[in-house]
Structures are given as structure tokens and as C-alpha cells.
Design a protein around this ligand. Sequence first.
Ligand SMILES: C[S@@+](CC[C@H](N)C(=O)[O-])C[C@H]1O[C@@H](n2cnc3c(N)ncnc32)[C@H](O)[C@@H]1O
Length: 231
Amino acid sequence: MTQSDAQHEQHPRSIKSFVLRQGHMTPAQQRAIDENWPRFGLDFQHAPVDLNAAFGREAPKILEIGFGMGTATAEIAKRLPEKDFLAIDVHGPGVGNLCKLMAEQDIANIRVMRHDAVEVVETMLPDACLSGIHIFFPDPWHKKRHHKRRLIQAPFVAKLLPKLKSGGYIHLATDWEEYAVQMLEVLSSFPELQNTAEAYAPTPAYRPETKFEARGKRLGHGVWDLVFEKR
Ligand SMILES: C[S@@+](CC[C@H](N)C(=O)[O-])C[C@H]1O[C@@H](n2cnc3c(N)ncnc32)[C@H](O)[C@@H]1O
């Protein structure tokens, strides 16, 4: 058996939720990474991470999957200074941009990872290490034949939930109505999760408009937030 066969057997239902876009890293973004990675970055490892050690303090930890350009992430970290944010994306320019925002605005409560968040959840996060999970405007994968690439499906949520402490929350948002319906169905199917609203939730005060959301609104899309708590 090759190594890749073995990995496939270990994670038979992992989702491939992204296609790596090249994207152009500006010199300022590259510099922000070069100068700050030891402080702001966290490298992937094949073993559980000690998040308190990574942030240098004991504080509630929030995971964000797919932060894009990181503008909302930086804003939320400033609004909630008592919490720590593990922000993961695969897109290089976004990683550079978030490091740049952190350096410019002196933000210390974010650690940035450039890696597939599915693999991070599967291999690096200890159980019950998180107080919250943010997944804002995950790629909607509009075409039916691509729906299998959507992050919010029961098998991945089943992997995420053990990472949440009891009393922790999962907050999703989307501008694609049919994906919102899927999100509501998937989260509602887990007995350990309780919806904080009747169906869709009012946008919590800590979440500013994201870049992808603004684009959706320009196209006339609606916005749906979902906030569920773990019992
Ligand atoms: C549609 S964008 C939304 C970005 C941002 N949350 C916003 O609202 O502007 C989705 C982001 O998720 C990232 N992404 C998708 N799958 C991912 C994965 N498995 N691990 C890490 N990032 C992922 C993509 O690279 C992209 O930046």
C-alpha cells in the first residue's frame, strides 16, 4: 500500500472543499509573512497542538475556517480581545493580508494557519479544545455535481463537534439560500446541538460584514446566519 492509499483509508470521507487558486501575493503581504510568521503563524503538524501554548495564554479558543482576506477576522479579534482565534485558510494572499492587518493593528490574539482546515481538524485539534467555531461564507459550490465539496455536511460536522466544549457554539453564515437550508438541516440533525434561534439567527454583534458577503449583497443575495450551541 502506498502512503497515499494509507492516508485515504484513514480518512475515507474527507472533503476536498477548495481548489487552490494561484492569486497574487503583494510584496507587502509577503513581507508581513516573512517578518511575523514566528509570532503570528502556526505550522501544520501531525500531532495534537497545545493551543494555550501557541497563544501564550489561557483563554477561550475560537476556530475560524476559511477567513478569505482576513478583514472580518481581524475586526472580530479586536472586538473580542478576551478570546483567541485560530484562523485557517489555504489561500496565500489572504494569509499574507491577515498577517499584515495583525502587524499594522497590533493584534495579538490570532494565530494563522495556511493549510487544509479539514486535515487540521482531523489531526491537530484535541477534543474539547474550542469554545466556538466560525465558518463564514464557505464556498457554496453552486453546481449539483460539486455539492460533495461543500464543507457543511454531516460527516465533517461530526468530526468538528468533539472539538467543541460543552456550551461552545458553531456559527455559520452564507449568502446562498439553498446552502443555508442544507446548513440548517445538517446542524439540526445533531442531537447534541441546540439552535439558538427558531431557524436562522440574527447576525451576532461581533460579526462585521465580510468581503464575500459584500460581494453577495451587490449581486442581490440574501444573508443567513446560523448559531447552534453544544449541550
Ligand atoms: C468564499 S471564501 C469566504 C472567505 C471569507 N470568510 C469571507 O466571507 O469573505 C471561502 C474561503 O474558504 C477557504 N477554504 C475553503 N476550503 C478550505 C479548507 N478546507 N481549509 C481552509 N480554507 C478553506 C477558501 O480558500 C476561501 O478563502
